[in-house]
Structure formats: C-alpha cells, structure tokens
Design a protein around this ligand. Structure first.
Ligand code: ZN
Length: 237
C-alpha cells in the first residue's frame, strides 16, 4: 500500500450478485480500466432477493446470473462466476473454502477483495447480512492458510493448478477502514454496473446512486478526492 501499485490478477469474492458493485465497484472498475485482470466469484445465487411472495426463486436466480454477466461487462471484469448456493444459506464449510481456493489458484490472484466479517453493526441503523459476514470469513480462511499451502486440496495440484500466495486482501463494508481508495472517474461505472442488476433496483437506481454517492463523497473528502471507497487492507507480504 502506498508503495508501487499492484498490477496482478484480482479475485473479488462476495455473497450476492450485486454486492461487488455496492461494496467495491469503483475500485474494481478502476483496476480493470488500468489493465488488471479482475475476476468475480459470487457465493450464492441471490434467489431470495425479492419481497414478492410469488416470485419464482429458480427464475430469479437465472435472472440474477444474467444480470451479473451484464454488470461484469460494464465493470470490465475478466470473468464472473455465480455459485448455486441458496441466498441466505451461506456457511463456512470445507466445500465453500475449496471453491474459493480453487478460484484463487485458477486466476493466480495477487489481490483478493471481499467484505469485513467482523462488521456486525453499522452505526445504529442496521446490521450486516449473515451471508456477507460468512463470505468475508470464507474468503479469509481460503486466502490463509488455504491457497498457499499444497496440503489444502492437494487434488488441485494433480489437476494442474499451483498453490498461490495472495499478497493483499481488501475488505469493504468495514467499520475499521485503514485505506481510502480514490475512485474519481470510476464511480459512474460502478453505478451503471449496479443498474444492470435490474431485478434489485426495480424501484429505480436513484436511491442507490444517492446513497452510494453520499458515501463515496464522504470517503473522498478524507483524501481530497471527489469519490472514494474505504477498505480494511491487509498487506500479507
Ligand atoms: Zn448482499
């Protein structure tokens, strides 16, 4: 951090199809625009992302998978994968850690982005979704001690994958940010990508745009930038 900027592959791991845009969209768009490979792994299919009791969950999952691809094209992602785990049922299991470790090794991730699993409460307004906390936990456990150790999922090595030491982890949705990333010029891309999650912004993108813009301007004010995103960054090497 602060020293030379990283240029290697990035893997973003989030719970729901639209989390990446809301949590770290400006930063992911900025890195993609700078030529970094940015890959996304979504751990649940988002099939409970509706308050309509008649909405078919399988249909919603299919819709959200398509929206994730459309949003990924706007962000400039190299790849986006959505796992078929039901929304609201994410657990930190061996199977989930294996899936994340496999992606880290496959894309040769240098930087991993997720959300802070220790963030339970945000001011006195709301508390964090269990899937978000678990996504952060699964991701951290996959980065270390998993991805770099050949004795974790040794079958990957016989499939031709190599172990991978991740250099830095960026956790958004945190109450303990230690880094503010300037995303001026990329915030609009994040909002455009979020708008592609049409099933989630049926009331209109305006609310999200206003709320996220307020947060991005607040973070930006800390570093004299127009728009920024806050992270808890761990430099592992
Ligand atoms: Zn979410």
């Amino acid at each position: 951090m602060g020293q030379e900027a990283r240029t290697g592959p990035v893997l973003a791991v989030f719970a729901h199809p639209d989390d990446a845009e809301i949590c770290a969209g400006g930063t992911l768009a900025k890195w993609a625009a700078a030529g970094r490979e940015v890959h996304l792994l979504v751990l649940t299919n988002g099939d409970r992302g509706s308050l309509d009791p008649w909405r078919d969950r399988a249909e919603l999952a299919a819709t959200r998978a398509a929206e994730t691809q459309a949003a990924g094209r706007i962000l400039g992602l190299t790849s986006a994968h959505v796992m078929d785990v039901p929304d609201g049922e994410l657990e930190n299991t061996t199977e989930m850690r294996e899936a994340v470790i496999r992606r880290i090794r496959m894309v040769r991730a240098e930087t991993v982005v997720s959300c802070d699993p220790t963030a339970w409460f945000f001011e006195d307004r709301y508390y964090n979704h269990s899937d978000h906390r678990r996504a952060g936990e699964i991701t951290l456990d996959a980065v270390f001690p998993g991805a770099g150790n050949p004795h974790y999922f040794a079958e990957h090595l016989s499939e031709g994958l190599d172990v991978r030491e991740v250099h830095d982890v960026w956790l958004g949705w945190t109450n303990e940010p230690n880094h503010v990333e300037d995303v001026t010029g990329h915030f609009g891309t994040a909002i455009a990508a979020l708008a592609a999650h049409a099933s989630q912004v049926e009331e209109g993108i305006r609310y999200f745009q206003d709320e996220l813009e307020r947060e991005a301007r607040e973070a930006g004010a800390k570093i004299g930038a127009e728009h920024a995103e806050g992270f808890r960054v761990l430099a592992l090497d």
